[in-house]
Design a protein around this ligand. Structure first.
Ligand SMILES: [Zn+2]
Length: 312
């Protein structure tokens, strides 16, 4: 069954007690929005649902929740499929500045099992969420982007503040494998000195604050291959020094001598690529932030892993 067809079936089910709809007519509406107007499927669904709510003279709470099996209550760690309709009881751990006018609020939700990004659309007519508060959410939709999951609040989402606190889990992870790549933006970098900014500068510019006098820092964005999949990992200054034996002052001296900061990342690559490590630390989106590091005496067939890295 096509995605559009499946959504049509689900919407028909949602309204089965209120409207006499056929999956065909719902599919036609969805299809028109998706294929004619290039509206993303999730948005199209929201719009079609809202159309039928109007037609039936109903509020969103009056109809059954969307999604085949309804809005299943899950934990954050269980969100691992795209476009699932689900319910969560979670704390607003962090609120970020929306980058787009279409987004009302964006940030991080957490429960005992970990944290997940959420997005609330500006036109969803939902209440403002407050940092530190715990809510029971119904009718969230999961979203997957490059292996990273998030949840979206939409017009059908229900929100109920709960008078309890949640100890948010820090989903730490451990990965073992060969370091197969050190990506650009690694080595000796400069960060924006503005309060609470710390963005990495590109050609002396901060994407938020423009041209600034940056502060030197060390970082490695690495890729670890465990034999079956690759993991993106970030080493902060301490972990980078631990990994490479190169400290901030030494890195600055190297760059000064060469009149070029890229020599630092080059030297780091030579010292570490193809070696085996076990790393552990909290995960942030699709990155693991290394705070424990151990070099392993792993397989030394670096040719094989380097070929894999190039074909990524
Ligand atoms: Zn900045």
């Amino acid at each position: 069954m096509s995605d559009v067809r499946q959504h049509a079936e689900e919407i028909r089910e949602q309204f089965s007690e209120h409207l006499d709809l056929t999956a065909d007519e719902i599919e036609e509406r969805l299809d028109n929005l998706v294929n004619e107007y290039r509206v993303p499927l999730e948005e199209a669904r929201r719009s079609v649902v809202s159309h039928y709510l109007d037609e039936a003279g109903l509020e969103r709470d009056d109809v059954r929740s969307g999604g085949g099996g309804g809005s299943e209550k899950v934990n954050v760690e269980d969100v691992n499929e795209d476009e699932q309709w689900l319910g969560l009881t979670a704390k607003v751990v962090d609120l970020w500045d929306p980058r787009s006018d279409a987004v009302g609020q964006v940030g991080l939700l957490g429960d005992e099992t970990g944290t997940i990004k959420f997005t609330k659309w500006a036109d969803s007519d939902l209440q403002e969420l407050e940092e530190g508060a715990v809510y029971r959410f119904g009718n969230l939709v999961s979203d997957e982007y490059q292996g990273d999951y998030s949840v979206k609040l939409n017009r059908t989402t229900t929100i109920e503040e709960v008078d309890e606190d949640i100890e948010v889990g820090d989903d730490t992870a451990e990965v073992e494998g060969a370091l197969v790549d050190i990506q650009s933006g690694s080595g000796l970098i400069k960060r924006c000195p503005e309060d609470d900014c710390t963005r990495v500068l590109q050609n002396g510019r901060c994407s938020e604050h423009g041209e600034v006098e940056g502060e030197f820092d060390l970082r490695i964005k690495g890729v670890l291959d465990d034999g079956s999949e690759v993991h993106k990992i970030i080493f902060d200054k301490e972990a980078t020094e631990d990994l490479t034996g190169i400290g901030l002052q030494e890195a600055q001296d190297m760059a000064m001598d060469a009149l070029d900061t890229t020599v630092v990342a080059e030297e780091m690559r030579e010292k570490t690529l193809g070696l085996y490590y076990r790393v552990a630390g909290p995960t942030m989106g699709r990155y693991l932030l290394v705070d424990e590091l151990e070099e392993l005496a792993g397989p030394t067939d670096t040719e094989d892993v380097l070929i894999k890295a190039r074909s990524m």
